[in-house]
Design a protein around this ligand. Structure first.
Ligand SMILES: [Cu+2]
Length: 261
């Protein structure tokens, strides 16, 4: 009887044995991946700006997608490489079994990269179309003129902002409203670049470029010329100031009154 009891005890203790480490590890990895997926907005920036406009944020998400794909490809590729190096390393002078072709694996490593490239292309196509789309009824239209060596911003009502002395011009924009920028150059090729907007576009002589900015937050940002355009290229800085839509209206009316006065 005692023997039976003790064997039952053993069975019970076997039953409540903790799960094997492998299983726990799998659960942990699943948990981590799930947490990452659920907190996608907290993914690292991978060195890019999060974007202070809806267009810039769109570009930022595309960037994140590309980097995550690259990490995925890198892990698979390096993993497979090191697995082959260690698992099939030379152990003796005996020549291993010689095989030729493996249709299944050849199809897998052809189809998956092609699908990845198609996916990246499609994501780029969709994002770039959204970023480059120009509103037919923007809240504001501003003409930006690049010249050697500065920037000029032309607002409705004859308001013109130009560099004054040693101070750089400021491009004032309303938050939450779409502004269409018309970009031209007076002389050579310049690059209209606002890092925190994740946006750069050539200012080309004889060519007019249009694009939209819809700032999502107020603040001051730095702008610069991204093309080496001559001796004082480094002086081609400007500021971007995003203010609330009311503050912007007040500022623009004040500027327009100055023009009429
Ligand atoms: Cu320039």
């Amino acid at each position: 009887m005692q023997l039976v009891e003790s064997s039952a005890e053993t069975c019970r203790s076997e039953k409540i044995k903790p799960p094997r480490f492998g299983l726990r590890k799998r659960n942990l990895v699943g948990l981590l991946l799930g947490a990452m997926a659920l907190s996608a907005c907290n993914l690292p920036t991978f060195g890019a700006y999060r974007g202070a406009t809806t267009q810039g944020q769109n570009e930022f998400h595309l960037w994140q997608g590309f980097i995550i794909t690259a990490i995925f490809v890198g892990v698979i590729t390096w993993g497979a490489l090191f697995y082959a190096v260690f698992k099939f390393r030379r152990r003796s002078d005996q020549i291993p079994e010689q095989t030729h072709s493996n249709i299944k694996w050849e199809l897998i490593y052809t189809i998956i990269p092609v699908l990845i490239v198609i996916g990246l292309f499609a994501a780029t196509y969709v994002s770039e179309n959204q970023i480059d789309s120009v509103s037919s009824h923007p809240a504001l239209r501003v003409t930006v003129v690049g010249f050697q060596w500065g920037w000029k911003f032309e607002y409705p009502g004859g308001v013109t902002i130009i560099p004054k002395g040693s101070s750089y011009p400021t491009l004032e924009l309303p938050q939450g409203k779409t502004t269409t920028i018309k970009l031209v150059s007076n002389d050579v090729v310049h690059g209209f670049y606002i890092p925190e907007f994740n946006f750069s576009r050539y200012a080309l002589p004889g060519v007019t470029n249009y694009f939209d900015f819809t700032p999502t937050k107020t603040g001051s940002f730095v702008g610069r010329c991204s093309q080496l355009c001559g001796l004082y290229h480094a002086e081609m800085l400007f500021n971007v100031k995003v203010v609330s839509s009311t503050d912007f209206s007040n500022w623009l009316s004040a500027q327009q009154q100055k023009v009429t006065a």
